[in-house]
Design a binder for this molecule. Structure first.
Ligand SMILES: *Cc1c(COP(=O)(O)O)cnc(C)c1O
Length: 395
């Protein structure tokens, strides 16, 4: 059989290894200068000041830091699209607040502003949206709605690292933004995340919450810089004293991972360009398949990270096509199982457009390492699997 084509895949190579080797040679592998440089580079990528961003050990842990900053708790509601990652639901429910799920657009799987507005109540403290597949969606309109109502907006921009609306980075429209650098994302540090916080005071809190709530007492403290030697030189008396400002865990990253992130971030534009080519090839190669719907064109002024490419089936054949493709060495999947149907969250919502989309949507392989031959093979096999009719039942 031909080699398996994966739905996502990292591109890590010699440059990343060389960067790791340099960190090893420096004898400082903890959080230090490379992490500061990664935060600065990421802030520049977003078009914000470095004091607004904090590198974390995952996007999920950044979500929990964001929930602490929001101060959500019992009696509060937090709205999120039912097509969301489980970290957001857990960060809300784990603090005793109630996650309230809204419906999404059937074609884009992003919530519309009306979907969000429909479930706001006087108890709504925050809204957490994501940009499905890397498409910005109605983020600008939803941010305006939240501002008008005095509700905080958090953007889970894990899939939208290079997505923009009118030149502005997704993740910076609301009060906070979150990114992931895990093994399956576009910029991969193996595990890692980033948190953007608009309010400067809250942003300063974020870095403390991310490190056990520690606040060093020494004057001129470098805060999260863990290099004790560096700290001691700055403040040569009792540099070891600290206070505790929150009872939180440790969500910080280290210079080994940040060094990988710096190299990966420098390659991002090239990754996005290749993914755009793959998406265009699917658009062209699959546009005439009967019974198959492709993602709608991007609205004017928006750019996508092309993190996901999906097709939707008019007939009830999604699961069969996925199985047939797997047999032919093409791995596909669906993200994200609907949160309002996860029993633990206790939702009784009925969200018909999301439910219809979740039964008909299939994510095709898209990543920067796909060759033209891989892309052609996916197109050929998808066409063939859709055309295949199940054998008539035997009597
Ligand atoms: C991957 C992902 C996360 C979680 O990221 P981790 O870094 O693995 O914790 C959060 N949200 C979305 C939309 C994701 O795809």
């Amino acid at each position: 059989m031909d080699q398996m084509i994966n739905v996502v895949q990292p591109s890590l190579g010699e440059r990343e290894l060389a960067a790791v080797r340099e960190v090893f040679a420096s004898n400082w592998v903890g959080r230090g200068p490379r992490t500061a440089a990664f935060e600065e580079a990421f802030a520049r990528h977003l078009g914000v000041g470095p004091e607004h961003v904090t590198a974390t050990n995952s996007c999920s842990s950044a979500t929990f830091v964001a929930a602490d900053l929001l101060g959500v708790g019992p009696g509060d509601e937090v709205v999120l699209p039912t097509v969301s990652f489980v970290a957001a639901g857990n960060a809300i429910a784990g603090r005793g607040a109630r996650p309230v799920f809204c419906d999404v657009d059937e074609a884009t799987l992003n919530p519309t502003v009306a979907d969000v507005e429909a479930v706001l109540t006087e108890r709504t403290k925050a809204v957490i949206i994501l940009h499905y597949g890397g498409r910005p969606g109605a983020v600008a309109e939803i941010a305006e709605l939240c501002r008008d109502r005095g509700i905080r907006l958090v953007e889970d921009a894990a899939l939208a690292i290079a997505s923009t609306v009118d030149g502005r980075a997704c993740g910076t429209f609301g009060d906070m933004g979150l990114w992931s650098f895990d093994h399956a994302k576009m910029v991969v540090t193996v595990d890692g995340g980033m948190l953007y916080v608009r309010d400067p005071e809250l942003a300063a809190q974020a870095s403390k919450i991310a490190y056990l709530g520690l606040e060093q007492r020494a004057a001129g403290s470098t805060g999260l810089f863990h290099s004790g030697y560096d700290q001691a030189l700055r403040s040569p008396t009792r540099w070891w004293d600290y206070d505790v400002v929150s009872f939180t865990g440790r969500s910080t990253t280290n210079d080994v991972l940040s060094a990988i992130g710096l190299v990966q971030l420098s390659r991002l534009a090239e990754f996005v360009a290749r993914r755009r080519e793959v998406a265009r090839a699917y658009d062209e190669g699959l546009s005439d398949v009967a019974g198959l719907r492709l993602p709608p064109p991007l609205p004017a002024g928006q750019t996508s990270s092309y993190f996901m490419y999906w097709v939707q089936f008019e007939d009830d054949i999604r699961d069969r096509v996925a199985r047939d493709l797997l047999e032919r060495g093409i791995y596909t999947t669906f993200r994200y199982p609907l949160m309002h149907q996860v029993a633990a969250y206790g939702s009784r919502a009925v969200l018909p457009r999301a439910e219809a989309a979740a039964d008909r949507t299939l994510l095709l392989p898209i990543h920067q390492a796909l060759s033209d031959a891989d892309v052609d093979r996916v197109i050929t096999e998808v066409r063939s699997c859709v055309a295949a009719r199940p054998a008539p039942a035997a009597f």
